[in-house]
Design a protein around this ligand. Sequence first.
Ligand SMILES: Nc1ncnc2c1ncn2[C@@H]1O[C@H](COP(=O)(O)OP(=O)(O)OP(=O)(O)O)[C@@H](O)[C@H]1O
Length: 264
Amino acid sequence: MTDAVVSFTESGLSFDARALWRDLDLDIAPGEFIAVLGPNGSGKTTLLRTVLGQVPLTAGTLTVNGRIGYIPQQHADDSDTMMLRGRDLVGFGADGASWGTGLRGLRARRARVDAALAEVDATRYAGTAVGLLSGGEQQRLRIAQALTRDPAILLCDEPLASLDLTSQRTVVELLDARRRTANTAVLFVTHELNPVLPFVDRVVYLTDGRFRIGTVDEVMNSETLSELYGSPIEVIRIGSRLIVAGGEDAHHCVEQGYADEAAS
Ligand SMILES: Nc1ncnc2c1ncn2[C@@H]1O[C@H](COP(=O)(O)OP(=O)(O)OP(=O)(O)O)[C@@H](O)[C@H]1O
């Protein structure tokens, strides 16, 4: 694909003798929304880190066309961040970019921060300390921070973790709006597929050195996942949601209450 934002070609990544993936080809198109799934330790975060240039591939090539926006995993010990005002946190994303010198540069930077705050509807709490905001509000600020770079691709590492369902929906809708209006691709690591299911174009499913890439229907079915895991996995569709049963990470698509619903 010539206009791909990110291209992995015959790529492989191993740490010592352990391969996280081999012979992986993936072209990510502008505006494409890709969910990266798999059990703990399967290499989801590492896949993002290769795109960030933090981890070199051990085989094949990776090309990135355009700027990257990164929404890192949230850690409970981000205490330094908690003291900042929302606007200052977002401003970190705008640092390092070339805004020109003097007052003009400062104005351009401020305008970009204001635009990013407005895009995620966070202007009203831009002056509040991050630590006083809800998890959902903080996550909006992290998205705004990533947007200040006007990215061609957003790398999102479990951005829904520890958010309630309403905030999850807000975050996903913000990312979806961005890709629709600005054609920004989204590479989204998640343990819960259901909140993003309506928006996902393709899934990259990693486990134990193997992977599958395809549409939700192509990958998230009993036959494909059983083959991938080498043990019986059942994928059940309930309305617009998917439940994965069996296998060591059967929980990964199940949200609170859905398992009970499936059983009843
Ligand atoms: N620099 C490194 N050197 C050696 N091993 C590493 C390095 N970085 C990651 N790993 C290992 O690679 C594996 C994949 O890690 P990664 O963080 O990508 O998993 P993950 O799928 O994101 O897991 P989780 O769902 O728990 O966040 C882990 O076993 C991890 O310990």
